[in-house]
Design a protein around this ligand. Structure first.
Ligand code: KG4
Ligand code: ZN
Length: 339
């Protein structure tokens, strides 16, 4: 196999991820998460994340190499998330990648976190068609991206003007007392609820609204107000119905706009990535609407949707395969790196 063997390091948020791929083949996906340490704060605490990355970095790299059964000396490159993300957290991964690249004499590839969330699907469904249409929904981002070239040209068509989709899940979960991170908990409760029980607002879906932008802050507020009103009246809050109805509103807006972006741009497939892509209802509704529109849906398995090192390795391997220039050892960690 002369496909590139690449190790990828991801530390943009609270997961220390190290993945190893050969071309489109996943060899290792080691993740150490500090999510439990953040849970009592109800959100990711940057300093806590940085320290956790520092402690987990070397053991996670060793674990990935062992899992893949490859020697570090056989690698064709080391890829790392250069941004966007938490500055201090990114720095840990970038510093580690530079140290390994320098010590092993391997090329270093700084990659964009959002582009790697898209590229990871190559490990699941093979080569991505170009241009690629992607809906990226995580705790930090909600964007529609059109990528004529995943290694060098990823264009934002629209994004959230306030909260990210995952952030909305986390905030609504907090109001419902479901803990952090909220997405998986809402997903679970929603299974027992009625998605049509409460009609929550669909932000930015009016005829004069930006076609590809999102807004979830009004929805979050509407849910909070609805719950407050129930409590004020001394009534129980039907957690499952609220979760299902909120989740329905998010899935409805996301899939409606994504399908429209595909149609408007003549793209016949849609990739969905980021932590929220794990959502059961989002997946089902996307499948339904894409099928109706003749669009092929590509969603990686949940473990590849949330932050991980394999996605970084996947994009790094694509860069090696396409002879893209390597980064220099002064590669900066850029917390607001644009796509
Ligand atoms: O991509 P990710 O792991 O990290 C970044 O934010 O970059 O995404 C984490 C987000 C969290 O907000 C979490 O609540 C959400 O993804 N999430 C979900 C589900 N699983 C994770 N949201 C809805 N449904 C899920 N099943
Ligand atoms: Zn992410």
């Amino acid at each position: 196999a002369d496909e590139p063997l690449v190790l990828g390091i991801e530390t943009s948020c609270d997961e220390t991820g190290v993945g190893i791929v050969r071309g489109h083949t996943l060899l290792a996906d080691a993740v150490a998460s500090s999510v439990d340490e953040h849970a009592r704060f109800g959100g990711v605490v940057p300093e806590v994340a940085s320290r956790a990355h520092l402690e987990a970095m070397v053991p996670t790299i060793r674990r990935a190499l062992k899992e893949a059964g490859v020697a570090a000396s056989d690698l064709d490159g080391i890829a790392v998330t250069a941004g966007p993300g938490l500055a201090g957290a990114l720095l840990v991964g970038v510093a580690a990648a530079k140290a390994y690249a320098y010590a092993l004499g391997k090329p270093l590839y700084g990659v964009n976190h959002l582009a790697s969330h898209i590229c990871v699907d190559q490990l699941e469904h093979g080569a991505l068609p170009e241009p690629t249409m992607a809906l990226l929904v995580s705790g930090g981002h909600s964007s529609l991206l059109l990528a004529p070239d995943i290694t060098s040209d990823v264009r934002p068509l629209g994004s959230t003007i306030d909260d990210a989709a995952g952030e909305a899940f986390d905030k609504v979960a907090r109001v419902l007392g479901l803990g952090f991170p909220g997405g998986p908990a809402i997903d679970r409760h929603a299974r027992e609820g009625d998605p049509d029980a409460i009609r929550f607002p669909r932000g930015l879906t009016g005829p004069r609204d930006a076609a590809y932008d999102f807004s979830f802050s009004g929805l979050k507020t509407a849910v909070a107000r609805w719950i407050e009103a129930r409590r004020r009246d001394g009534q129980d809050v039907p957690v499952a119905d609220v979760a299902a109805s909120f989740q329905e509103a998010v899935a409805d807006v996301l899939t409606r706009k994504a399908v429209r972006a595909c149609k408007d741009n003549g793209v016949d497939h849609l990739m969905i990535g980021g932590g929220v892509a794990a959502n059961t209802r989002l997946r089902a509704l996307a499948e339904e609407r894409c099928t109706a529109a003749g669009i092929r849906l590509r969603v990686p398995r949940p473990k590849l949707c949330t932050d991980n090192g394999a996605m970084v390795a996947a994009l790094g391997a694509e860069m090696v395969a396409r002879n893209r220039p390597a980064s220099t050892l002064d590669l900066p960690a850029d917390s607001s790196l644009p796509v």
